[in-house]
Design a protein around this ligand. Sequence first.
Ligand SMILES: [Fe+2]
Ligand SMILES: [Fe+2]
Length: 190
Amino acid sequence: MIERKKDWEKEIASQLSEERWLHTLGTIEIALHLAKIHRLNEEKVYLATLLHDIGKAYPLEKQKELALAYNLLSPEDLRAEGVVHAKVSAYLARERYRIQDEDILFVIAHHSTGHPDYGPLGWVVYVSDYLDPNRKLVHQTTLLATCEADLKEGCLQVLLAKLQYLFDKRKYLHSYSVDFYHSLIQSFPF
Ligand SMILES: [Fe+2]
Ligand SMILES: [Fe+2]
């Protein structure tokens, strides 16, 4: 059982909208549940999920300002939805919360696109962000069961659902998401 950082939780709750804070709590809950099943480092999973959306404490324009000022973005990052807040969250995790663990920072920085170098820690954060019960997804139970049985396969299914959304809305697909997809299908028999 990990010790939760109640002071950080209080501070973050006061900075995020109520909806965003509830989403953070839902993400933590799913992530710790999956971390137990798959015997992952619960401390890392907790910190990565607690801090993954802290950039959203700022309006999008301010997030962009910060990201540009600290050179956090590649030209492509500006075209894909959700990348700016992820990069700002990782920056704040390092600067404000003094997180030095590069695994945690890496996972936070890429949680919206996914990344081909993700392993179980990245997969768990990526799927939990999507499976937060507050999102009330119709296929949440089925997807969660898949993640419980096979985290990598569950991650692929979550990615496919997110890609479908991007295709339906004709939104930009970041190359990291494409590479993430290829990394997840690699061990499949074809
Ligand atoms: Fe996010
Ligand atoms: Fe999130």
